[in-house]
Design a protein around this ligand. Structure first.
Ligand code: PLP
Length: 387
């Protein structure tokens, strides 16, 4: 299989990124901010009724948060550190949601003191902490959803609770003096099956109805999380198709008068803007007769490519070398045998690929820099340049 760059980048954009890359030593990721800006605009066109809360964890670089701040985005924040970073750019607390359901009481208090009033939860212990540390705040409860088999990077099992428990928590929120505000879900990152939103929205509808009819609680918001796709090897529907279908599901359940809708995109906004550039360190065979080559490169699982764990995310890899292709195992530079990116899924790279040649890992703008290890084997964290 050979990768065509034009399937992933407009030729002029890639040329600009490559010209920049040619001047810099590997490994690094280069990120095109215009691509992010366009992706944000496209999301707004596709979901004109939704408020966007950028999931900062996808890439917390100031270049990105400042760009999205200026475009009017809100921010989904996972920790006090992300909070400080985003607020240091002048973003006000009314544009922030504390979306992590796993948090210390003192961190809740920190958010509250900074002025944040919107909190996710999925457990009674956390809810009681919020009631004490952030009195009167708006609460949304995250529910468990299906879809873990069709998402390349599933999230659902660790977060969320059963809808019955969500009901209990929202009722308890009211009793504790909080505002039961809404329901959230995340169908799994890089979710390829659009229908899982249908099932999730239907669960939300039941919670809205039950609370209204049985407990006199009117919820106001649905937070549909992330899950929208980036362009990797395994193709997906385009965002327009996701939006058309998801809008239809929402209207089927809630009619034309939708509650407040929040989206928390990470991957789909950022990934397509990045190219990670690495250099081949060695090409080797394990025996005289081995058919398969091992390609060791100067970036790996510990320097930005952790999402290759279990070969979950299959990044498109392009090289300038042309010619006959042969199957390879692709591995990183560290002395750790877990540092193999692809072994089962057979990537093909040209037979004439040699030490010093460059590999271009496309669609690597999200979840690369933020996952990179600090000093494993002495290698520095992944460098990033923003164009
Ligand atoms: C609470 C929350 N919202 C949004 C996201 C972003 O999801 P995605 O990158 O699939 O857009 C994540 C990802 O982990 C998340 O945990």
């Amino acid at each position: 299989m050979s990768i065509k760059v034009e399937d992933y980048f407009a030729p002029a954009t890639f040329q600009r990124m490559k010209a920049f890359a040619d001047q810099h030593e590997t490994p690094f990721v280069v990120i095109d901010l215009k691509t992010i800006s366009d992706a944000y605009d496209q999301l707004g066109k596709c979901f004109p009724f939704a408020k966007v809360y950028y999931a900062v964890k996808a890439n917390p670089a100031l270049e990105i948060t400042e760009l999205l701040r200026d475009k009017g985005s809100n921010f989904d924040i996972a920790s006090i550190y992300e909070l400080d970073k985003v607020m240091s750019t002048g973003v006000g607390p009314e544009r922030i949601s504390y979306g992590n359901t796993i948090k210390k009481a003192r961190d809740i208090r920190y958010f509250y003191e900074k002025g944040v009033r919107l909190f996710a939860t999925d457990s009674e212990a956390d809810l009681r902490n919020i009631a004490k540390a952030a009195p009167g705040s708006k609460i949304y409860v995250r529910i468990l959803t299906e879809g873990s088999t069709s998402a390349d990077w599933p999230l659902s099992r660790k977060f969320g609770c059963n809808p019955d428990m969500a009901l209990d928590l929202l009722i308890l929120a009211k009793q504790l003096g909080l505002v039961p505000y809404g329901v959230s879900f995340h169908v799994g990152s890089q979710q390829r099956d659009i229908d899982v939103w249908d099932a999730a929205i239907a669960k939300v509808k039941v919670i809205f109805e039950r609370l209204k009819s049985e407990d006199g609680i009117t919820l106001q918001m649905i937070n549909m999380g992330g899950g929208f796709p980036a362009n990797y090897i395994q193709r997906t529907n385009d965002l327009e198709t996701y939006a058309e279908e998801i809008t239809r599901f929402l209207k089927e359940d809630f009619g034309d008068d939708l509650p407040e809708i929040i989206l928390e995109p990470g991957r789909s906004l950022i990934a397509n803007a990045g190219v990670l550039v690495s250099e081949v360190v060695l090409v080797a065979r394990k025996s005289r007769t081995a058919v398969e080559r091992w390609v060791y490169t100067d970036v790996g699982k510990f320097s930005g490519l952790i999402e290759t764990m279990d070969e979950a995310i299959k990044f498109p890899i392009w090289t300038e070398k042309k010619g006959e292709m042969e199957e390879v195992v692709i591995a990183g530079p560290t002395c750790d045998s877990a540092d193999i990116m692809y072994e089962n899924y057979k990537y093909g790279l040209p037979l004439n690929l040699a030490s010093g040649d460059r590999l271009y890992w496309l669609s690597t703008g999200a979840y690369t820099t933020s996952y990179s290890a600090v000093e494993f084997n002495g290698f520095p964290p992944l460098k990033a340049y923003y164009l």
